[in-house]
Structure formats: C-alpha cells, structure tokens
Design a protein around this ligand. Sequence first.
Ligand code: SF4
Length: 489
Amino acid sequence: MSDLTWRSTPFDDDKLREECGIFGVVGVAEAANFTALGLHALQHRGQEAGGIVVHDAEHGFNSVRRFGYVRDNFTSQDVMDMLPGTVGIGHVRYSTAGSKGATAIRDVQPFFGEFAMGGAAIAHNGNITNADALRRELIERGSIFQSSSDSECIIHLMARSLQRNIPERMKDALRRVEGAFSVIAMTRTKLIGVRDPLGVRPLVLGRVGEGWALSSETCALDIIGAEFVREIEPGEMVVITSESGVTSYRPFEQKRPRFCIFEHVYFSRPDSILGGRSVYSTREAIGRELAKEAPVEADLVCPVPDSGTPAAIGFSLESGIPYAMGIIRNQYMGRTFIEPTESIRNMGVRLKLNVNRALIRGKRVILVDDSVVRGTTSRKIKEMILDAGAKEVHFRIASPPTAWPCFYGVDTPQREKLLAASMSEEEMRRHLGVDSLRFISLDGLYRAVGEAKGRDPNAPQYCDACFSGEYPVEPADQLEKGFRLKAAE
Ligand code: SF4
C-alpha cells in the first residue's frame, strides 16, 4: 500500500493521540506470532504502521514493516513464514517526531543496526526532547540517518559507543538522550527493556511459559496468556535471556518518577493495570470525583463513546442520575483508505457517532468525555444531541483543561490550537454552546489516581504538563524553535 492511500479519518483529529505501542518476547517458539498478537492488543496506541523484527540461529535477523493495522499485515502465513525465531520485538506507530500524517516506511520501527558484536533492533515509545541537537551532532560526525525519526538517534549513539556489548552501548546511548522513552530492544539472544529516569511512558514485564515478554501495557500480556510480573521501574534496564532470566540495572541518575497521568485518563486500555490499579477503576473514580466537584441536575448521564464510558459510569454511580447509551458508535468506521470527498467530510462526526434519539428527546443530558482538545468534535456532538431534541446539554470532562502541548510522545496540536490555551472555562462553554461545562480539577484527578491529598504543587507525582504547563524535562528542541514556557509568558 502506498503511503498516499493510508489516511487517518479527519474526524479523529480532536483527540490527543498516543504515539506508539511496543512489545517483545524471548524464549518462545513462535516469537513473531506472539509479537503480532501483542501488537494487535496495543493497536489503540498507534494505527498508522507496524513492524516486527525476529532472530533465529538459522536465518539470522528478519523484519517486516508495513502501513496499516496489525490484523491486515501480520496474519497471513506468507508473512509470518518470513519471521522465524524465538526472540522478537515489534512496534505500532502513529507518528510523533519524524514524518506526520502520511508516514514514510523508512520511519516505521523497529530500527535495526549491525554492530561489530552483532545486530540489534530497537522499538521506542516516547519522544526525545533533544533529538534535533543530537541529530546535528551525529551527522557532523559522519552518521548517515535512514529516517526522520528521533528514535534513530539511539542506534547512532550506540554505534559511536566504545562499549563491548549491546546492553552497555544502549546505556551509553540512552544517557545522552533527554525526554521520554520506553525502549524494547533485542540482540540475537537477548530481550532488553529500558524506561527513562522519570518513567513517563509505561513498560511492563510478563512471564509466558518458559519465556518472557515486555509490553507497553498489560492488556497485551493477557492476549498471549502471559502472567503480569511487574512494571519496569523508572530508570531501570532489564536484560533478559532464556537461560539467565531477568537481570536488572540502574544506568541513570535516580529521579523522582513522573508517569504520564493522561495514560490513566485516556491512552491506556481500560483492561490494563497501571501502577497496581485497574485503568477502568481509575476512570470510574475520575467520574465519581467529577460528580462531586461539578454536580448538575439532569435526567441522563451519557458517555461520549468509547473513552468516556467508565468516567460516565462513575459519574452516574456517584450522582444517582441514570446512565444511558445516548450516543452509539459505529464500530466499523475506524480508518479510511481513501481521502474523503468534501461532502463526506462535511458529514463529520455523524459517520462515527449517532444519537439514540428515542432516549434523548426531551431530556436534560450530561455528556461525559475524556478531554477537550480543539473543541471541534464537542461542538458537533452538542449539535447532534440538540437536533435529537435534548432539553439541556451539560458537558463534564474527565481531565483538566488541556492548555499545553505534550513533547513526550503524544501528538498534540500547537498551543494556539488548544481551546483551553486561550479561553477560560466560561468562554469555552459559550464557544461550545452548551448549558454548562466543567472539567475535573487537577487535584481531583490526582485524588482519582490514588493521591489522597491531591496534587502536591511542589512535588507532583505525575507528569501533568499538558494541564499545568510544568514540564518535568525541558523541551530543548522546542525552546530552540521558539516555544515559550509558562514562566516566560
Ligand atoms: S504532557 Fe500530558 S500527555 Fe504528555 S506525558 Fe505529560 S501528562 Fe502525558
């Protein structure tokens, strides 16, 4: 498939999007099949493209990288026959750094490098905030980049290291890297997992039979029947072989962890476990907090499907207002292979969501959504609900206002495009044209994820930069391009 024919729907651009999912196994008979299943479970973290690299003693390293869904690319016998091996890693992608929109195949991971001591492949979730500076330096010193991805810097930094084995070269390389990274790498015999010192992006370890698995989320362990062992700690590197099991290293200076709080709100699948808590339960708790903070008299609580569902259930349970499926999602819309014509584009959100008219007519409706980014979808949904005869529309949002872009592996519009960057809550309410609009407070969100006292302003436990504007890692490349931090405004 040419990259010109693979387009995301234009109706999905009002959400923050997680950029990548990563998965790897060692010590299993069919590493590629396990990896494909794992990536399939992580498809929500990236739908533009995916790739798998495997190794076996007879055939060496082999890889397949394709545009589109895992289920379309990694299920045919022909493809899977090209991927024999007992160790393998994979990556699903929605582009962050590197080409946007129409991804180039050269930017599809995993990336592979051949070193004096053997080959290695890496799959990266996150975003390197000093990638521009690193790339300039590496190119000046003779590195020849194959892609426009920030992640390729890691391979070149490894190539320049004087260490004698791949894990040591990875440590050298990642000590030069700033920003957010969860990395899964492989050599001929080893599976390697690393999380950045703040642990911004997730990475978990599982046991599958006699083998081991690493994954962005626990839901991908479930699909292959693996047992969840533990999370890889912030700043930890694990090196895993079939023979020796898991060896843990601490290659970085220790820092206070700052896990992405938005993983709890939206990115991770509700059936995953994060920080020992079910994502579903956390989202339900967010809905309960929201109902306590922003009660309103109404007849129905309806989720904006699908991501608003657990928070809407929590809101309903706390408020006693009945929960109902007032909006039905067309499960098969997904993505489109062709650029829609103008007339189809104008149908907008109606292609994906439809109002349950019989239920809505004459009712005061609370709509619970996970976030408001540009506000375009929220406005269309409000119009659909009013068209269906609702008496009142109240929006309740399961995250604080998103006023700052993410530079740590999540696709956000530029700051000017974020509704909350330039409008107060009341201005946003008027802009959306709803009867009321309330966001959960940052303190309320912290309470819902388990911090009983809310957010400690001097020592926040999570990355919450897209809400607070307080970036735990300075976005060096962005500052060079003119981005202004909150303190400079
Ligand atoms: S800025 Fe927001 S989305 Fe990005 S890592 Fe921090 S909390 Fe997550």
